[in-house]
Design a protein around this ligand. Structure first.
Ligand code: ZN
Length: 245
């Protein structure tokens, strides 16, 4: 089984299309979606349609999905995030808002071996930035391989002395997962990378090889920026895409 892992798309249709084209050439069997379809970007309806058309075998909501759907307050968001959430809510049809509101809460168990969450298994909105947070998340995980999003930062955390590692014969962006012990993986954000690399990020998890590819894909950043500016959304949301911040 090979899983396409996508997270934090944030209404960035240009990035999503580039990711799906890249994944198509490499091949996968099923899709896992880890939350935040919308917020920040200017194509929420098209991103919802395109993602749900993939018929993910497991999908969960992100914090922006909740706020944009109107089921949680935007008061904790910064100005640009709140502005884009209000714009997204006003722009989407009732049926699209219902699709967002109906996204399941994480975590979700995909199989005995794989679990997905947006923030952590113990709190869907909690951020994992360091080893301390990662240890708490791994403690709470119900499967050995736990996939998360939310921070928009690619990362692999383990608790054993057997780290994820590259090996001859693997692709350049592919690592073998530890043979035993839990592993917590963030493949990064499709639509708003924040690690200084503006390319879209996603993952391909291969359960037979027990490996993951941490993919980066160049996309039409200028096109996504033009959509944001054209929609009257804050210019900072366009600028940060070019910086990968
Ligand atoms: Zn996000």
């Amino acid at each position: 089984m090979r899983y396409l892992i996508i997270s934090d798309i944030h209404s960035n249709l240009q990035a999503l299309e580039a990711v799906l084209a890249d994944a198509e050439t490499l091949g996968y069997d099923d899709t896992l979606f880890l939350g935040d379809l919308v917020g920040y970007g200017a194509d929420p309806a098209a991103v919802i349609d395109r993602t749900l058309a993939l018929a993910p075998v497991a999908e969960i909501r992100g914090n922006h999905d909740k706020v944009c759907a109107g089921i949680e307050s935007p008061l904790l968001f910064n100005d640009a995030a709140r502005h884009s959430a209000e714009w997204t809510h006003a722009t989407l049809s009732a049926s699209h808002l219902k699709l967002l509101a109906d996204l399941p809460r994480g975590p979700q168990l995909v199989t005995n071996e794989v679990e997905i969450c947006h923030g952590t298994p113990f709190d869907e909105d909690h951020y994992v930035f360091d080893a301390t947070d990662a240890a708490r998340a791994l403690d709470a995980a119900s499967a050995r391989i736990c996939l998360f999003g939310h921070t928009h930062l690619p990362a692999i955390f383990t608790t054993t002395d057997d780290p994820a590692r590259s090996e001859p014969g693997l692709a350049e962006d592919e690592v073998l997962l530890p043979k035993a012990g839990p592993v917590l993986i963030n493949v990064g954000s499709v639509g708003q990378p924040r690690d200084g690399d503006p390319r879209a990020a996603y993952g391909l998890l291969d359960m037979e090889k027990h490996s993951i590819r941490m993919r980066r894909v160049a996309y039409d950043v200028a096109g996504a920026q033009a959509r944001i500016i054209g929609a009257g959304l804050p210019a900072w949301l366009a600028l940060r895409l070019a910086r990968g911040q």
